[in-house]
Write a protein that binds this ligand. Structure first.
Ligand code: NAD
Length: 340
């Protein structure tokens, strides 16, 4: 028997019973999650990973159409989904047995769904959010539009999730932006915009979701930081970005240690350079090419390289872990930069 101040755990619990096998402890069935910036790139991969592990997932993005497209993808795997119409009403996303209508290009048609427009009789439109206390359980994923830097948007997202599913267990605060300019030319506007999304937005999300989690004595918060929080990728012009991501790590450490004794674990993931739309802009390509030379793994990360990490941090398998910065960068932060 292992005893600590807060818990008494029989060590035979860990040996021999099926329900405590490690893969079962990674399952997220019955859990409610959201992912900000879930409409593309890393957030989209996170939403898929959490959904595949069994969680209900709210995909939150500045651009509703992107979130809707991801919800269409998820609905093919997990079941009924819903999107929030521009008029604030809800519409279920019908799931076809073979999923054909949501494949490829046609997936974007999902963004055209509006109440009454495309739902069939088996999947009637959800005209309003269900009243509090009566969560609708059939829906496995929803799309929500929000700007994470706005407190009212963040609160609306958390309220909508609670109204639909009763609570939030897993908060994936992933939305982030990057701007590139030499430090001496970084405008206050650029600085503020970067910090508003990357740090203020992340704080607002941690706080809004954290309040629910503290109340229920359980929660997993996973923030997306960056390798740039640890090293300065060379040659770089990302002063505001690097500083904001270092802030994400410190925020994570602080909340992680402050909230762990109330059941809320806060960790972050620091990806290296991931091939997503964020780094595909034309002016970044010379930089990306030089960064590539510094990656021992010999390639950029794919968003899918990060999926297992988010499931692990969202699951009970990582219950003893908090305030941690999980760096996934193909070894880049361990190596000296290449000159030239
Ligand atoms: P991305 O630009 O491909 O996707 C970001 C998503 O966030 C977009 O769908 C965008 O619409 C959404 N978004 C932007 N601002 C928002 C806001 N204010 N509110 C809500 N949603 C908003 O980016 P990505 O590469 O997938 O990056 C995701 C996270 O990972 C970011 O925090 C980024 O800093 C971090 N990151 C990325 C890399 C990389 O190389 N791609 C490396 C390290 C860390």
């Amino acid at each position: 028997v292992i005893e600590s101040k807060k818990e008494v755990v029989r060590d035979d619990v860990f040996w021999g019973y099926n329900r405590h096998r490690i893969l079962d402890r990674l399952r997220l069935d019955g859990k409610v999650a959201y992912v900000t910036g879930g409409g593309q790139g890393i957030g989209r991969a996170f939403a898929h990973a959490l959904g595949e592990a069994g969680a209900k997932v709210a995909v939150v993005d500045l651009v509703l159409a992107k979130a809707e497209a991801v919800v269409c993808e998820l609905s093919l795997k997990a079941g009924e989904a819903a999107v929030e119409g521009s008029d604030g009403r809800w519409c279920s996303v019908p799931r076809t047995e073979d999923g054909a209508v949501f494949h490829g290009q046609k997936m974007v048609q999902c963004s055209k769904l509006r109440p009454g427009a495309a739902a069939d009789s088996a999947h009637p439109p959800v005209s309003r959010l269900p009243p509090p206390g009566k969560p609708r359980t059939g829906i496995k994923s929803i799309a929500l539009a929000a700007d994470v830097s706005k407190p009212e948007d963040v609160q609306r997202v958390v309220d909508a999730i609670v109204a639909l599913w009763g609570t939030v267990h897993i908060a994936c605060n992933n939305a982030g932006i990057n701007m590139n300019s030499a430090s001496e030319d970084t405008s206050l506007e650029e600085w503020d915009k970067t910090f508003n999304v990357n740090l203020r937005g992340l704080f607002l999300c941690c706080q809004a979701a954290g309040r629910i989690m503290l109340n229920q004595g359980y929660g997993k918060i996973i923030n997306t930081a960056s390798m740039a929080s640890l090293i300065v990728p060379h040659p770089q012009k990302q002063l505001a970005y690097n500083a904001s991501k270092a802030g994400v790590v410190k925020l994570t450490q602080t909340l992680g240690t402050e909230w762990i004794d109330r059941g809320v674990k806060v960790n972050c993931i620091s990806p290296g350079i991931v091939d997503t739309p964020l780094i595909r802009s034309k002016d970044l390509q010379p930089l990306v090419r030089r960064w590539l030379a510094d990656i021992p793994a010999g390639r950029l990360a794919r968003a899918t390289d990060l999926q297992a990490a988010v499931v692990y941090l969202a699951s009970e398998a990582s219950d003893y872990m908090t305030g941690h910065n999980l760096v996934i960068e193909g070894g880049q932060s361990l190596c000296r930069k290449t000159k030239g």
